[in-house]
Write a new protein. Structure first.
Length: 80
């Protein structure tokens, strides 16, 4: 059920998102490419993302893979 409008008209999608760190101190850091599950309310547009645990750890640390580190390909199945 949608937490914003209480609709049951929600659908889960897979998505691809590049998360960039904000602020001048992060200008030289690459973003984190992640493939979260996205739950979208088709009535009001409210959206919830579930970030995979490995990518969440990168975001928590405020860092990203160093240059030359290959990014993971799309995750199969539900996000951790």
């Amino acid at each position: 059920m949608c937490s914003l409008c209480s609709s049951w008209n929600e659908v889960e999608f897979r998505s691809e998102i590049m998360v960039h760190f904000i602020g001048r101190k992060h200008l030289n850091k690459p973003g984190v490419l992640t493939f979260p599950s996205m739950l979208v309310c088709l009535d009001c547009g409210s959206t919830q993302l579930t970030i995979p645990e490995a990518d969440l750890a990168l975001l928590r640390a405020g860092s990203a893979p160093s240059a030359g580190t290959p990014y993971r390909t799309a995750h199969i199945g539900k996000a951790a």
